[in-house]
Write a protein that binds this ligand. Structure first.
Ligand code: UD1
Length: 420
């Protein structure tokens, strides 16, 4: 079993380069199924979820050639299966994107019901509502989703909840549909814009991505032999920004898009930190104990739920009592039990948690309960006195490229160790 061992405290200092966005990459890769030919995708994060997505696409007949560690050529001219490798698709959430992409490409698909991080109930009713509105039939039985369509016909779809996954999935299914599809009450996250930019580069006609109304004019086919670079990861960038604040350090992020981080910047300024942006880099530094704050997670451009555990570490160490209200996921406070083992004083109940700020955290053995909780525990370990051992690394490896190398280069004493 692998674990991360961190000896702290360390004030993080230096430069870190942000990788391509996980949540964009794992949607753009299935989107390539819509191309009857090849394309090149650059700036892919080298993480387990990307490798898993590639393996699933290969199972459907795609040919993938790795050009570098972060760049592939993918040839989808011979997609010869309509049942995805079920055991693999059950392993992670974003395999639901195969439904939208394969409805567009082959008019049918069977996938294992998506798994992923345990954040509470993760329904896909809005995805299904969209596919059905476009003319598909969708059956869910024996742990599989089976979707079929004779002809996808553009239509007007109003999402009942703002859903990142449903917005992207319906966009995928609409690209090659007959006529125009309008997605109303769409999510606006940067990776939605990135998937639309990828598809438009490949010849799709998508307008309005990044607003709450997206219009997709169906096209007959996409263009081959184009290349595209995945957008920098907003959540990885936010993770390092909050690590700088929690450790009272000074970090410069390279290859990020500062506007995507405005809501995090605003919170950091509110609690006494400093942020300075220049082009595609962002310097974050903190010279004092953070002040208390109130946070409510919301869809973009609100404070992202995927940075809630990381700011939870900052608020654990803040001067005063803070409150976080989690409005997206039911079970996103599991990490607070782990932080309490390190000396934090957090009471979580339902969708809210109260953080009574403490002066110091202390190293302890802790378990990563999901991907972003894992990132939060790394930040906690770096700020804590003594040695922290983090178990369940499978979650962290799903979504962060070279995370221990990146933190080491910022001065953290962090090592991956194999325990018998
Ligand atoms: C994506 C991200 C995840 C992030 C989340 C919110 C990926 C692979 N994952 O997840 O990291 O935490 O956005 O920013 O991109 N909902 C429904 N019905 C549906 C779909 C969603 O009720 O059909 C609800 C969910 O239960 C949740 C909310 O809508 O309460 C938001 O979910 P959604 O935006 O779809 O999250 P994901 O796309 O799964």
């Amino acid at each position: 079993m692998e674990k991360l061992v961190i000896v702290g405290p360390t004030q993080l200092k230096g430069e870190v380069t942000i990788s391509g966005a996980k949540n964009a990459a794992i949607a753009i890769l299935p989107a390539a199924l819509l191309i009857n030919g090849s394309c090149q995708i650059n700036n892919l994060p080298n993480i387990v979820d990307v490798k898993l997505t590639c393996e699933i696409l290969e199972g459907l007949g795609a040919k993938i050639t790795w050009i570098t560690n972060n760049s592939i050529k993918i040839d989808c001219s011979n997609i010869n299966k309509t049942t995805a490798p079920l055991d693999l698709t059950r392993k992670f959430r974003a395999s639901y994107y195969l439904i939208g992409a394969m409805l567009g490409r082959k008019k049918e698909i069977i996938v294992g019901l998506p798994g992923g991080c345990n954040l509470g109930a993760r329904p896909i009713d809005q995805h299904i509502k969209g596919f059905e509105a476009l003319g598909a039939t969708v059956d869910v039985s024996q742990g599989n989703v089976c979707a079929k369509v004779d002809k996808l016909l553009g239509t007007h779809i109003y999402l009942d909840v703002v859903s990142v996954g449903a917005t992207i999935n319906i966009m995928l299914a609409s690209v090659l549909a007959d006529g125009t599809t309008i997605i109303d009450n769409a999510a606006k996250e940067p990776h939605i814009v990135d998937v639309a930019n990828f598809l438009n580069t490949m010849g799709a006609d998508i307008r309005g991505a990044g607003t709450d109304v997206i219009k997709i004019n169906g096209v007959k086919e996409l263009i081959t032999n184009k290349s595209y670079s995945v957008v920098p990861d907003q959540i990885e960038a936010g993770t390092f920004m909050l690590a700088a604040v929690a450790s009272q350090g000074d970090i410069t992020l390279k290859n990020c898009i500062p506007e995507h981080l405005d809501c995090i910047t605003a919170k950091i300024l509110e609690i006494g930190g400093n942020v300075q942006s220049t082009g595609d880099s962002l310097r974050v530094w903190m010279n004092q104990r953070p002040q208390k704050a109130t946070i409510k997670t919301l869809p973009y451009p609100g404070f992202p739920t995927d940075l809630q555990p990381q700011i939870g570490v900052v608020l654990s160490l803040a001067n005063g009592t803070s409150i976080i209200n989690e409005s997206i996921w039911d079970s996103r406070f599991q990490y607070t039990n782990e932080l309490n083992k390190m000396g934090a004083k957090i009471t979580a109940q339902g969708q809210s948690a109260i953080f009574e700020g403490v002066n110091k955290l202390y190293g302890a053995p802790v378990y990563s309960t999901d991907l972003r909780a894992g990132a939060a525990l790394i930040i906690a370990g770096i700020t804590a006195y003594g040695s922290t051992e983090i178990y369940n690394l499978c979650y962290i490896d799903r979504g962060y490229e070279n995370i221990e190398d990146k933190f080491s280069k910022l001065g953290a004493n962090i090592k991956r160790v194999i325990e018998e």
